[in-house]
Write a protein that binds this ligand. Structure first.
Ligand code: ADP
Ligand code: MG
Length: 239
């Protein structure tokens, strides 16, 4: 495996408040990395930095694409498009499900192959609503569509902000099944420890903007090293 992301001495502030302090973090190409932690810990902020939607107040967030390292300041559009992000709240165009699915391909100027779109809708179990306006979908269906919209693009990495929050077990299983088939690098924020254990190669626990513990999923959950991780996992910490 090679490295996809390197973070060095990252600090991120909003105004006077320091939200993130990350001395170092490396994400390997092809791994699934789950980010857990209480509300307000800084998980979404870290994901936005990895998406290069923001640049850190201090330090560097670098991604390795096409044999070169880039930070957010000098990331060309073609490389920016290698980063796919699924936001916590799906944003739907007031168009059909099919048109929503095709939107990313369209703005990238890629050929729209109807059969490919339909195959994705089949996987998402949304084929029966292909021509329905996207806003008529249920919450779970919209989350699936938002995921499909990124999955259909040939990105190097998929960043997911709580993709299964508030979904029923059937929806969760469908989404997890799709993620498990991916060869790409996946970084997923989840409140579901079982999900992190099922999906992730490595898990990171973010607490007050610091990565207190990062480890391989099995030892991370079986023998958490840090006392705060232990209390978080045992549910003693409110979140
Ligand atoms: N754009 C912003 N401006 C100011 N404060 C922000 C902004 N985004 C997030 N924050 C603050 O940063 C902290 C971490 O937020 P966030 O990354 O969303 O946490 P999490 O996703 O772990 O719940 C919170 O206290 C939040 O209020
Ligand atoms: Mg968040």
């Amino acid at each position: 495996m090679s490295e996809l992301y390197q973070l060095h001495d990252v600090t991120h502030r909003y105004g006077e408040r320091t939200i993130l302090t990350l001395p170092s973090l490396t994400i390997q190409r092809g791994e699934t990395f789950a980010l857990i932690g209480a509300s307000g810990a800084g998980k979404s902020t870290l994901l936005r930095l990895l998406a290069m939607l923001e640049t850190p107040s201090q330090g560097t967030v670098k991604i390795h694409l096409e044999r070169a390292w880039y930070d957010g300041h000098q990331l060309p559009l073609a490389q920016r498009r290698k980063i796919g992000m699924v936001f916590q709240t799906p944003i739907m165009l007031t168009r059909s499900v099919l048109e929503n699915l095709a939107f990313g391909l369209q703005i990238r100027g890629e050929k729209i192959v109807k059969a490919r779109l339909m195959a994705m809708l089949e996987q998402l179990q949304l084929a029966h609503v292909a021509t329905a306006p996207a806003y008529t979908l249920s919450g779970g269906e919209q989350k699936r569509l938002a995921l499909g919209r990124v999955m259909i693009l040939e990105t190097e990495v998929i960043l997911l902000d709580e993709p299964t929050a508030n979904l029923d077990p059937t929806n969760i299983a469908l989404i997890e099944g799709m993620l498990q088939k991916q060869q790409r690098t996946i970084i997923i924020i989840t409140h579901n420890f079982f999900q992190a254990r099922r999906l992730a190669d490595r898990v990171g626990f973010l607490h007050n903007g610091e990565l207190l513990e990062v480890g391989q999923a099995v030892p991370f959950f079986n023998q958490p090293q840090h006392p705060v991780t232990r209390s978080f996992l045992s549910g003693e910490m409110l979140f």
